[in-house]
Design a protein around this ligand. Structure first.
Ligand code: PA5
Length: 475
């Protein structure tokens, strides 16, 4: 990719008043107002970055980490068929999204010689059936394990890890387990770090100040992605270009525009939901990754000054063209409370042509001779236009192709947009106080010492049978 090549286009024609009318669309007054707020948000960003509070912005400069990960991957590749990632939330969604985007979609199903790299499994749930089945399909002697947890205390990840450690140690002994283990965690704190030190396990650090959902370009993402053969240096190059574009153009950058447009649509136009709709299977998991980034970062009860915020814009995942046949009706005619963001690629890695058969049928003949990529992209364009014509705001992020640099560019742009959005809403995008209470109830229910009071609190809120309906075969 050349330096001047376009890596991402943000097209917001279908958001403006000229197209949608002044009531629904954004007026030039709206746009100039938000530009001023964005200019302040960019200044705030720069000041916090100088104070070292936004280390994610400097991750793309790290030339050493991709080398370390590639070196590790070269070793793992020689000995192992499978790489198993244990993690959840920000410790799983990033690797999963980029793996789906940048490796062949059938990577895990390919024979070893065609795949060239281990299969990658990201186990991000504790469903006994799902996790059990995954483990049953893996041969410990041929499996490399990467446990990822910044805190080292996440119940889901650590339970998975305890099961795996026990099974692998029983099968291969402590040394055998050690040879096939990488721990990715905080460089100093947490029980996982203590275990690393006690056992001499191999570990990579998650830089302090980089939270889970901003960690895809740390070892959290780069190590497992390198294990599966992803070009992690290319990914960082793309992210670096996005950071440079932001550093150069600030309030006029795509990151700032993404933040500003969505803030206007939410706060001024009452559109509290953002549907992220990729039109490429490869980009499907990026919508999941973005969902966590956007929802967990911006959904906050309090502003930084302690006043009520009620902030956030709900990110919903849809996949084109599949969800045109399930969700689109609602977006076209349902409540006027959503904005759609199309995520597209101009070129697909595979070409599949529709044969020129059944020509005598009008309903089918027109398809023959086109490729599936053409069909999918024309569905994206047609749907965007139909929504605009129906007065439904939508905008598009389009990349020329799905590759390491374009994906890296997109991820960094969206992380920057999230932090800027936090400033527009006046909230802290880096914390997640709302998930703590549920965790504490779980600790109480699981009998963790120190959380007895939570069990009592839980019992106080015990559901009454009065408000329950149970069905049985006898009615
Ligand atoms: O974004 C976040 O901070 C969270 O989603 C975390 O990534 C998630 O809770 C997992 O945390 P940890 O990496 O500490 O196990």
């Amino acid at each position: 990719m050349e330096k001047n090549d376009v890596l991402l286009t943000l097209d917001y024609n279908h958001l403006v008043a000229e197209v949608l009318g002044p009531e629904i669309g954004l007026t030039s007054a709206d746009l100039s107002e938000v530009k001023k707020s964005l200019a302040k948000a960019v200044k705030d960003f720069e000041a916090r970055r100088r104070e070292g509070l936004l280390p994610f912005a400097d991750l793309p400069q790290d030339a050493a980490l991709p080398k370390t990960c590639r070196k590790l991957a070269a070793e793992v590749r020689k000995k192992f068929d499978d790489a198993l990632v244990l993690g959840i939330g920000g410790s799983a969604l990033g690797p999963s999204a980029v793996f789906t985007a940048l490796r062949p979609l059938n990577h895990n199903a390919l024979p070893a010689d065609k795949r060239g790299w281990p299969r990658l499994h990201v186990a991000d749930n504790v469903d006994p059936e799902g996790f059990g089945a995954l483990l049953d399909g893996l041969d410990p002697s041929k499996t490399f394990v990467n446990v990822i947890s910044k805190s080292g205390a996440t119940a889901e990840t650590m339970s998975q890890f305890m099961i795996v450690a026990d099974r692998f140690q029983k099968a291969l002994g402590p040394e055998g387990f050690k040879e096939r283990l990488l721990v990715t965690t905080d460089p100093q704190n947490g029980v996982l770090r203590r275990l690393v030190e006690e056992n001499g396990w191999t570990a990579l650090p998650i830089p302090p100040g980089v939270g889970g959902r901003f960690s895809v370009l740390t070892a959290v993402g780069l190590a497992p992605l390198a294990l599966a053969g992803v070009d992690v240096a290319g990914l960082l190059t793309g992210a670096r270009r996005a950071q440079e574009a932001f550093d150069r153009t600030g309030a006029a950058s795509q990151a700032a525009l993404f933040a500003g447009l969505n803030w206007l649509l939410t706060v001024k136009k009452g559109r509290g939901s953002l549907v992220m709709m990729p039109y490429a299977d490869a980009l499907g998991r990026v919508a999941d990754w973005f969902g966590q980034l956007w929802n967990e970062s911006l959904g906050k009860a309090k502003k930084l000054d302690g006043s009520p915020a009620g902030a956030g814009q709900t990110s919903i995942k849809a996949l084109g063209a599949t969800d045109q046949h399930s969700q689109l009706q609602l977006y076209m005619e349902g409540p006027q409370d959503k904005t759609i963001c199309f995520l597209g690629t101009e070129a697909f890695r595979a070409k599949l042509s529709i044969p020129k058969i059944f020509k005598k049928f009008n309903e089918l003949g027109y398809l023959g001779g086109h490729s599936l990529g053409e069909l999918l992209n024309n569905e994206r364009l047609g749907t965007a236009k139909a929504l605009a014509e129906s007065g439904r705001p939508n905008f598009s992020l389009t990349m020329p192709k799905v590759g390491p640099e374009t994906v890296g560019f997109l991820l960094q742009t969206l992380m920057l947009a999230t932090v800027l959005s936090g400033t527009l809403y006046g909230v802290d995008p880096l914390d997640q106080p709302g998930v703590e209470l549920g965790k504490k109830f779980t600790y109480g229910l699981m009998g963790r010492a120190g959380f007895e009071e939570m069990t009592e609190r839980y019992d106080r809120l015990k559901p009454s049978k009065k408000f329950m309906v149970e069905s049985s075969p006898l009615g």
